[in-house]
Ligand binder design. Sequence first.
Ligand SMILES: [Fe+2]
Length: 277
Amino acid sequence: MIDLHTHILPACDDGSPDLATSIAMARMAVADGIRVMACTPHIMPGLYHNDGEGISRRTDALQAALDEAGVDLRLVTGADIHIVPDLAQKLTTGFAPTLAGTRYFLLEPPHHVLPPRFAEFVQKLISAGYTPILTHPERLTWMQAHYGILERVNAMGALLQITAGSVTGNFGASAQKLAERMLGEGRVDLFASDAHNLKGRPPVLSRAFAAVEASLGLAEANRMFVETPGRILANERVEPVGQTQSGRGSMQKRPSGLRRLLGNSMRHFLGDRRHEG
Ligand SMILES: [Fe+2]
């Protein structure tokens, strides 16, 4: 599997605190079946002062440490980019790095407030030649009340990334419910771990993979955990699945399916499954 959203770089945001933790997180990811991982620390003015050059340097350093430790994980650069007015310019200059230098970048909206003119902001970035990947919309507290905005930016071309832990209930009932709704509507483009540490928010995708596989089938799980992330890293053109196939996976016909199967997945799938990617 490919994990395009993690805070594995040591000591540059609220993720891994030190190199030893980062190496342990990488080992955990490999054991979980993850082969490629994007290092995507926060870029947030006033709080996390990361930039493209520093992230690239830190990614190279961590890759060298993993190679030396014999951990078979390939790292690529990226960032978890918070909203700033001149974001298009920051992407163009490389101050805010896209994923592995592609047109795709992680866009993290504020958690508790819908920014004014958000859809127009997204359109401006798309018009500038970039494709925002909206990170964990299911966890944004304003999403329930403003779901139309999500449909709008998705229709414009923004991709949607769900956090793996959301479908297994790690972020509470409302995040789980919204994740189920998006899966049911066939509009989830990819999953990622958004790993921050070893416990609580670990680099683990296999549980969510198993849950999605059990509910929607192996092809859909592979699309969201392997194929779409791979196409993003190859900078291939990826249209939002919500644009091209309404109701893919037919979750609307089985609204309670995922929740029921998630319970089963925790018993049947833990620990003994590996996924290439
Ligand atoms: Fe994040």
